[in-house]
Ligand binder design. Structure first.
Ligand code: 13P
Length: 287
């Protein structure tokens, strides 16, 4: 059931668990995430980056595919279709395409400009009945060619953006997209606690969910994180399962080259990763 992310995240804050955002890249990804959410009776957020949107032939195609698949598979758990790290222009494209939720990533603008653009998008998304994620303090690592340094957000800036009426707030707390380097310092719980103190019940978003140890995830949830984004980990498990299939020569046996067979191990691997994350985040049975 396609919905905004608002109610599911309010419930997550109250119930002290987090809803997973899993980024999608194609039909297999979308189907794997939707079916796992349904099997585990968990709410879920499908994340679409601008790069992935382009890859899938545009946001209209993505929205049409997700809506049709949600209906055809009989998905009854709450599903939000969300733009990940949207530019200002990308946000308007997704509003038009029928997404139920968007993220405006204005973290690279001076705070005044981030506030002004976010404020405008708050009123537009409110009028459209959509949810909106804002970002303060850039997330480290590489996302669609943009490299962030993993800074910690200023809690006062977080408060000024949270107070604009956004649905959820992504704040940098030393998290990084992609694999964490061996010398990573870990999440800054001091920063997270200070942000929580100033932003109250506002659902907080943790990007870079790949590779964060389970104890840190649990602590982050206890400090107000209600949405956790996972992308790279599904890509790694898909690639690993696909490589094993090909290295075992299975594509050369019978009709093993049929894409429905060739992509099946990767599909199952995404499902297993999503299941593991939903169990860790505590969203199982919370639909
Ligand atoms: P990872 O690729 O590190 O899991 O991060 C995903 C993310 O934060 C998407 O916005």
């Amino acid at each position: 059931m396609l919905v905004t992310a608002e109610d599911m995240l309010k419930k997550a804050v109250a119930g002290k668990y987090a809803v997973g955002q899993f980024n999608i890249n194609n039909l297999e990804w979308t189907k794997a995430v939707l079916l796992t959410a349904q099997e585990l009776n968990s709410p879920v957020i499908l994340g679409v980056s601008e790069g992935a949107g382009k890859y899938m032939a545009g946001f209209e195609t993505v929205a049409a595919m997700v809506k049709a698949m949600d209906e055809s598979l009989g998905i009854t758990v709450p599903v939000a279709l969300h733009l990940d790290h949207g530019t200002y222009e990308g946000c308007y494209k997704c509003i038009k395409a029928g997404f139920t939720s968007i993220m405006f990533d204005g973290s690279h603008y001076p705070i005044e400009e981030n506030v002004a653009k976010t404020k405008e998008l708050v009123s537009v998304t409110r009028a459209m009945g959509m949810s909106l994620e804002a970002e303060v303090g850039s997330i480290g690592g590489e996302e669609d060619g943009v490299i962030g340094m993993g800074e910690c957000a200023d809690p006062n800036e977080c408060k000024s953006v949270a107070d604009l009426g956004v649905t959820m707030l992504a704040a940098g707390i030393g998290n990084i997209h992609g694999k964490y380097p061996a010398n990573w310092q870990g999440l800054s719980f001091e920063t997270l606690a200070a942000i929580k103190e100033l932003t109250g019940e506002k659902p907080l978003v943790l990007h870079g969910g790949t590779g964060i140890p389970a104890d840190m995830i649990k602590k982050a949830i206890s400090l107000g994180v209600a949405k956790i984004n996972v992308n790279t980990e599904c890509q790694l498990s898909f690639a690993d399962a696909t490589r094993k299939y090909i290295e075992a020569g299975k594509d050369l046996e019978g009709k093993g080259f049929d894409p429905r067979k060739l992509l099946a191990p990767g599909f199952e691997a995404i499902k297993a990763t999503v299941k593991e994350k939903m169990e860790l985040f505590g969203s199982v049975g919370k639909a």
